[in-house]
Design a protein around this ligand. Structure first.
Ligand code: DC
Length: 227
Protein backbone atom coordinates (compact mmCIF):
# COMPACT_ATOMS: atom_id res chain seq x y z
CA UNK A 1 0.00 0.00 0.00
CA UNK A 2 1.53 3.33 -0.99
CA UNK A 3 1.55 5.88 1.77
CA UNK A 4 0.35 9.28 0.68
CA UNK A 5 -0.39 10.88 3.99
CA UNK A 6 1.60 11.49 7.11
CA UNK A 7 0.39 10.18 10.43
CA UNK A 8 1.34 10.86 14.00
CA UNK A 9 0.14 8.47 16.71
CA UNK A 10 -0.15 9.67 20.29
CA UNK A 11 -1.07 7.05 22.87
CA UNK A 12 -1.17 7.12 26.63
CA UNK A 13 -3.38 6.93 29.71
CA UNK A 14 -6.27 9.31 30.35
CA UNK A 15 -5.39 12.78 31.56
CA UNK A 16 -1.84 12.80 30.20
CA UNK A 17 -2.82 15.78 28.03
CA UNK A 18 -3.12 13.86 24.78
CA UNK A 19 -6.14 15.63 23.35
CA UNK A 20 -5.12 19.18 24.24
CA UNK A 21 -1.59 18.67 22.97
CA UNK A 22 -2.56 16.70 19.87
CA UNK A 23 -5.09 19.38 18.96
CA UNK A 24 -2.53 22.18 19.34
CA UNK A 25 0.07 20.24 17.39
CA UNK A 26 -2.44 19.50 14.61
CA UNK A 27 -3.28 23.20 14.35
CA UNK A 28 0.40 24.09 14.12
CA UNK A 29 1.08 21.49 11.44
CA UNK A 30 -2.16 21.72 9.47
CA UNK A 31 -3.02 18.07 10.18
CA UNK A 32 -6.44 16.68 10.98
CA UNK A 33 -6.81 15.91 14.67
CA UNK A 34 -8.64 12.68 15.43
CA UNK A 35 -9.65 11.99 19.02
CA UNK A 36 -10.37 8.25 19.02
CA UNK A 37 -11.43 8.26 22.69
CA UNK A 38 -14.44 10.31 21.56
CA UNK A 39 -15.43 7.45 19.24
CA UNK A 40 -15.37 4.93 22.11
CA UNK A 41 -17.23 7.41 24.28
CA UNK A 42 -19.96 7.61 21.64
CA UNK A 43 -20.45 3.83 21.76
CA UNK A 44 -20.32 4.04 25.58
CA UNK A 45 -23.06 6.69 25.52
CA UNK A 46 -25.25 4.49 23.34
CA UNK A 47 -24.85 1.57 25.77
CA UNK A 48 -25.54 3.89 28.72
CA UNK A 49 -28.73 5.17 27.14
CA UNK A 50 -29.79 1.63 26.26
CA UNK A 51 -29.49 0.84 29.96
CA UNK A 52 -27.12 -2.10 29.47
CA UNK A 53 -23.91 -2.99 31.28
CA UNK A 54 -21.25 -1.43 29.00
CA UNK A 55 -18.75 -4.15 29.93
CA UNK A 56 -21.08 -7.02 29.00
CA UNK A 57 -20.26 -8.22 25.47
CA UNK A 58 -23.55 -10.15 25.20
CA UNK A 59 -25.48 -6.92 25.83
CA UNK A 60 -23.30 -4.54 23.81
CA UNK A 61 -22.52 -6.52 20.64
CA UNK A 62 -26.19 -6.70 19.47
CA UNK A 63 -26.39 -2.90 19.76
CA UNK A 64 -23.59 -2.27 17.25
CA UNK A 65 -25.81 -2.78 14.23
CA UNK A 66 -27.93 0.20 15.36
CA UNK A 67 -25.00 2.55 15.87
CA UNK A 68 -23.81 4.93 13.17
CA UNK A 69 -20.92 7.13 14.19
CA UNK A 70 -19.76 10.10 12.20
CA UNK A 71 -17.00 12.60 12.84
CA UNK A 72 -17.52 16.15 11.66
CA UNK A 73 -15.33 19.20 11.83
CA UNK A 74 -16.97 22.55 12.50
CA UNK A 75 -15.72 25.95 11.37
CA UNK A 76 -14.17 26.11 14.86
CA UNK A 77 -11.93 23.19 13.85
CA UNK A 78 -13.49 21.18 16.67
CA UNK A 79 -14.18 17.48 16.23
CA UNK A 80 -17.90 16.88 16.61
CA UNK A 81 -19.27 13.41 17.23
CA UNK A 82 -22.55 12.35 15.71
CA UNK A 83 -24.44 9.35 16.99
CA UNK A 84 -27.12 8.40 14.48
CA UNK A 85 -27.03 12.02 13.30
CA UNK A 86 -27.39 13.54 16.78
CA UNK A 87 -24.53 15.80 17.85
CA UNK A 88 -23.32 14.22 21.12
CA UNK A 89 -20.03 16.16 21.36
CA UNK A 90 -20.88 17.61 24.78
CA UNK A 91 -22.73 14.66 26.21
CA UNK A 92 -19.90 12.13 25.73
CA UNK A 93 -17.69 14.22 28.05
CA UNK A 94 -19.91 13.55 31.06
CA UNK A 95 -18.07 11.91 33.92
CA UNK A 96 -20.23 8.77 33.98
CA UNK A 97 -19.65 8.18 30.27
CA UNK A 98 -15.89 7.75 30.87
CA UNK A 99 -16.42 4.41 32.63
CA UNK A 100 -18.92 3.33 29.95
CA UNK A 101 -16.34 4.11 27.24
CA UNK A 102 -13.71 2.13 29.09
CA UNK A 103 -16.16 -0.78 29.46
CA UNK A 104 -17.16 -1.02 25.80
CA UNK A 105 -13.58 -0.47 24.65
CA UNK A 106 -12.51 -3.79 26.20
CA UNK A 107 -14.85 -5.71 23.88
CA UNK A 108 -12.94 -6.95 20.79
CA UNK A 109 -16.05 -6.72 18.57
CA UNK A 110 -16.40 -3.03 19.47
CA UNK A 111 -12.77 -2.39 18.58
CA UNK A 112 -13.13 -4.23 15.27
CA UNK A 113 -16.30 -2.24 14.53
CA UNK A 114 -14.38 1.05 14.93
CA UNK A 115 -11.03 0.09 13.41
CA UNK A 116 -11.75 0.67 9.74
CA UNK A 117 -13.26 4.11 10.31
CA UNK A 118 -10.08 5.22 12.08
CA UNK A 119 -7.78 3.75 9.42
CA UNK A 120 -9.81 5.34 6.61
CA UNK A 121 -9.35 8.78 8.16
CA UNK A 122 -5.58 8.27 8.13
CA UNK A 123 -5.65 7.15 4.50
CA UNK A 124 -7.50 10.28 3.46
CA UNK A 125 -5.76 12.94 5.56
CA UNK A 126 -2.53 13.86 7.31
CA UNK A 127 -3.57 12.99 10.84
CA UNK A 128 -2.59 13.33 14.43
CA UNK A 129 -4.56 10.59 16.10
CA UNK A 130 -4.70 10.06 19.83
CA UNK A 131 -5.88 7.03 21.77
CA UNK A 132 -4.59 3.90 23.44
CA UNK A 133 -3.69 1.57 20.58
CA UNK A 134 -2.97 3.92 17.68
CA UNK A 135 0.76 3.14 17.43
CA UNK A 136 0.28 -0.56 18.16
CA UNK A 137 -2.89 -1.52 16.26
CA UNK A 138 -4.63 1.25 14.31
CA UNK A 139 -1.61 2.85 12.60
CA UNK A 140 1.35 0.52 13.12
CA UNK A 141 3.15 2.32 10.26
CA UNK A 142 2.66 5.82 11.67
CA UNK A 143 5.51 8.21 10.81
CA UNK A 144 5.82 9.31 14.43
CA UNK A 145 4.69 7.47 17.56
CA UNK A 146 4.60 9.12 20.94
CA UNK A 147 3.65 7.55 24.26
CA UNK A 148 2.48 10.43 26.40
CA UNK A 149 2.18 9.91 30.10
CA UNK A 150 2.24 11.56 33.55
CA UNK A 151 1.80 10.14 37.03
CA UNK A 152 -1.75 9.33 38.18
CA UNK A 153 -2.03 12.22 40.68
CA UNK A 154 -1.04 14.81 38.10
CA UNK A 155 -3.48 13.36 35.58
CA UNK A 156 -6.32 13.22 38.12
CA UNK A 157 -5.70 16.86 39.05
CA UNK A 158 -5.96 17.93 35.42
CA UNK A 159 -9.17 15.90 34.91
CA UNK A 160 -10.66 17.33 38.12
CA UNK A 161 -9.98 20.88 36.91
CA UNK A 162 -11.42 20.11 33.50
CA UNK A 163 -14.65 18.77 35.04
CA UNK A 164 -14.86 21.75 37.37
CA UNK A 165 -14.55 24.14 34.46
CA UNK A 166 -17.44 22.30 32.84
CA UNK A 167 -19.52 22.78 35.98
CA UNK A 168 -19.21 19.16 37.14
CA UNK A 169 -18.00 19.38 40.73
CA UNK A 170 -16.54 15.99 41.68
CA UNK A 171 -14.39 15.24 44.77
CA UNK A 172 -10.71 14.91 43.84
CA UNK A 173 -10.50 11.46 45.50
CA UNK A 174 -13.29 10.21 43.24
CA UNK A 175 -11.53 11.47 40.13
CA UNK A 176 -8.21 9.94 41.26
CA UNK A 177 -9.85 6.59 41.97
CA UNK A 178 -11.57 6.67 38.57
CA UNK A 179 -8.27 7.47 36.83
CA UNK A 180 -6.56 4.57 38.63
CA UNK A 181 -9.39 2.17 37.85
CA UNK A 182 -9.43 3.20 34.23
CA UNK A 183 -5.64 2.79 33.97
CA UNK A 184 -6.01 -0.67 35.42
CA UNK A 185 -8.78 -1.67 32.98
CA UNK A 186 -7.21 -0.09 29.89
CA UNK A 187 -3.80 -1.62 30.63
CA UNK A 188 -4.89 -5.09 31.63
CA UNK A 189 -7.62 -5.82 29.12
CA UNK A 190 -6.94 -8.58 26.60
CA UNK A 191 -8.05 -6.62 23.52
CA UNK A 192 -5.52 -4.02 22.35
CA UNK A 193 -4.36 -3.01 25.84
CA UNK A 194 -2.75 0.34 26.50
CA UNK A 195 0.97 -0.11 26.01
CA UNK A 196 3.88 1.75 24.53
CA UNK A 197 4.76 0.65 20.99
CA UNK A 198 8.37 -0.51 20.71
CA UNK A 199 9.19 2.33 18.33
CA UNK A 200 7.32 5.03 20.27
CA UNK A 201 9.09 7.91 22.00
CA UNK A 202 8.19 8.26 25.68
CA UNK A 203 7.11 11.77 26.74
CA UNK A 204 6.44 12.34 30.46
CA UNK A 205 4.54 15.53 31.26
CA UNK A 206 4.23 15.14 35.06
CA UNK A 207 6.33 18.22 35.77
CA UNK A 208 5.52 20.12 32.61
CA UNK A 209 2.85 22.68 31.92
CA UNK A 210 1.00 22.82 28.64
CA UNK A 211 3.48 25.01 26.77
CA UNK A 212 6.48 22.98 27.97
CA UNK A 213 4.73 19.77 26.93
CA UNK A 214 3.90 21.23 23.53
CA UNK A 215 7.54 22.20 23.02
CA UNK A 216 8.63 18.68 23.93
CA UNK A 217 6.17 17.10 21.49
CA UNK A 218 7.03 19.53 18.70
CA UNK A 219 10.72 18.64 19.09
CA UNK A 220 10.00 14.90 19.00
CA UNK A 221 7.84 15.25 15.88
CA UNK A 222 10.37 17.46 14.10
CA UNK A 223 13.19 15.09 14.85
CA UNK A 224 11.24 11.97 13.85
CA UNK A 225 9.88 13.43 10.62
CA UNK A 226 13.41 14.35 9.57
CA UNK A 227 14.86 10.96 10.48
O1 DC B 1 -9.22 9.22 25.87
P1 DC B 1 -10.59 9.05 26.53
O2 DC B 1 -10.56 9.17 28.01
O3 DC B 1 -11.62 9.96 25.91
O4 DC B 1 -11.02 7.54 26.17
C1 DC B 1 -12.20 6.97 26.65
C2 DC B 1 -12.01 5.46 26.80
O5 DC B 1 -11.89 4.87 25.51
C3 DC B 1 -10.77 5.04 27.57
O6 DC B 1 -11.11 4.51 28.84
C4 DC B 1 -10.12 3.95 26.77
C5 DC B 1 -10.90 3.87 25.50
N1 DC B 1 -10.06 4.05 24.31
C6 DC B 1 -9.51 2.93 23.75
O7 DC B 1 -9.69 1.84 24.27
N2 DC B 1 -8.79 3.03 22.61
C7 DC B 1 -8.58 4.22 22.03
N3 DC B 1 -7.87 4.28 20.91
C8 DC B 1 -9.11 5.39 22.62
C9 DC B 1 -9.84 5.27 23.77
Amino acid sequence: MSKQHRSIAIDGPSGAGKSTLAKRLAEKMGYLYVDTGAIYRTVGLYAFRAGVDPADPAAVIPLLKDIRIRLGYGADGLQHMYLNDEDVTGEIRRHEISACASGVSAIPEVRAFLLEQQQTLAKEHDVIMDGRDIGTVVLPDADVKIFLTADAEARARRRWLELKERGQETPFETVLRDVQERDERDTNRAAAPLRQAEDAVLADTTDKDLEQSLTLLTEIVKERLQA
